[in-house]
Design a protein around this ligand. Structure first.
Ligand SMILES: Nc1ncnc2c1ncn2[C@@H]1O[C@H](COP(=O)(O)OP(=O)(O)OP(=O)(O)O)[C@@H](O)[C@H]1O
Ligand SMILES: [Mg+2]
Length: 354
């Protein structure tokens, strides 16, 4: 069976040949963008990172594009030659849906690795998006994990240990270059497990008025994790999502975020694009669903930047987990009431502006 990229390329070539396509028309331009996206994968693979990158895609605010970004970055990285594992850590199972991976009750899933004794290799599934992309799905069972994990020994390290064991079980040429973790919209034990498992956080920020609210609390929690559980963790990437170029507000939010986070913010911005929201309904990423759309090309650009930034990373020995002060841990795992100071200047309300 040919891969989706190949199928799309040949179908586009057939269409162009049969219609004698006029390459100045908007449809032909889009088709050309599509072939560029997919052909480039053969000619210019993305550079491999200096070390395996475990990136948690986190933001406790709901609906900001965590899942969409995890899935599309994962597909782009894999179509451009990098082995990628997506771990769905959200009981909603949206990343599993978008990658066409079964996640009905009873499917071996991340729950079995976190709460049970399964290894990741027993719960990992291939995807149709790319032979280089695999996914550990989440089933609704995961909704109970927040409670079930409370009494488990070293509950914050469950995901980290699973990923480490999985990586060690694979020969070097089969280890993923990227592990992307799609976090749920909360700061509970599941997100805490992701922050302990990875060395990087990618925060998608929606270009909307309320986008920055709650960000301080997330940053505060990441600081606490760094102090007590995972000294290597840091926010390394900010991705602006659902940018609507027709509104002033989107520009203002983007500017605020860039002023505050500087180089952490990717140059590529993901536009609000209807094809992005349609794709999961077909069990696909926008990159395979409509490769020439703005949503697709933006995610490919974002993934390219992520890959280029990873080239200079040097391998590190995993740090020994520090002793855990129980009091701050409890605060960390369940901190959802204690609003931290938001260190990000918030754009003034639209009506306050001239
Ligand atoms: N660039 C975009 N253009 C249009 N729609 C988008 C875009 N990105 C995401 N969406 C849509 O917005 C909704 C929320 O996106 P997504 O599920 O990725 O957010 P999330 O942060 O993972 O949400 P949750 O917090 O519930 O897990 C989805 O319906 C998705 O299809
Ligand atoms: Mg999600």
């Amino acid at each position: 069976m040919t891969d989706p990229g190949q199928r799309l390329r040949s179908s586009l070539a057939d269409q162009a040949a049969s219609t004698g396509a006029d390459f100045d028309s908007p449809i032909a331009m889009e088709a050309m963008r599509a072939t560029r996206v997919l052909h480039a994968a053969d000619q210019e693979p993305f550079p491999a990172p200096g070390r395996i990158r475990v990136i948690s895609v986190a933001n406790q605010k709901g609906g900001v594009g965590k899942t969409t970004s995890t899935v599309n970055l994962g597909v782009a990285l894999s179509l451009y030659g990098l082995r990628t594992l997506v771990i769905d850590l959200d009981p909603q199972g949206n990343a599993s849906t978008a990658l066409g991976v079964p996640h009905n009750v009873g499917t071996p899933s991340i729950y079995d690795a976190l709460v049970g004794d399964s290894s990741l290799s027993e719960v990992v599934h291939p995807t149709t998006a790319s032979p280089l992309l695999s996914c550990v799905p989440a089933t609704i069972d995961l909704a109970g994990a927040e409670i079930e994990l409370v009494s488990v020994v070293a509950r914050e390290y469950r995901l980290r240990r699973s990923i480490e064991a999985y990586l060690h079980s694979l020969p070097a040429d089969q280890q993923p270059h990227y592990v992307l973790i799609d976090c749920p919209p909360s700061l509970g034990l599941l997100t805490l497990n992701a922050l302990v498992a990875g060395d990087e956080v990618l925060i998608p920020i929606q270009c909307e008025y309320y986008a920055l609210e709650g960000l301080g609390q997330l940053l505060n929690n990441i600081d606490l994790v760094r102090q007590h559980l995972n000294p290597g963790i840091a926010v390394r990437t900010i991705l602006l999502t659902m940018y609507d170029g027709r509104t002033k507000l989107a520009d203002q939010v983007a500017e605020e975020v860039r002023n505050h986070f500087g180089d952490l913010v990717l140059d590529a911005v993901i536009p609000r694009n209807v094809r992005v929201s349609e794709a999961p309904g077909y069990g696909q990423s926008v990159i395979t669903y409509d490769p020439g759309s703005r949503g697709s090309t933006s995610y490919v650009e974002a993934a390219r930047e992520v890959a280029q930034r990873g080239v200079h990373l040097t391998p590190v020995a995993p740090p020994a987990p520090p002793a855990r002060p129980a009091a701050s841990l409890d605060r960390l795992a369940f901190a959802d009431t204690d609003a931290a100071t938001v260190p990000v200047a918030h754009p003034s309300r639209p009506e306050e502006r001239a």
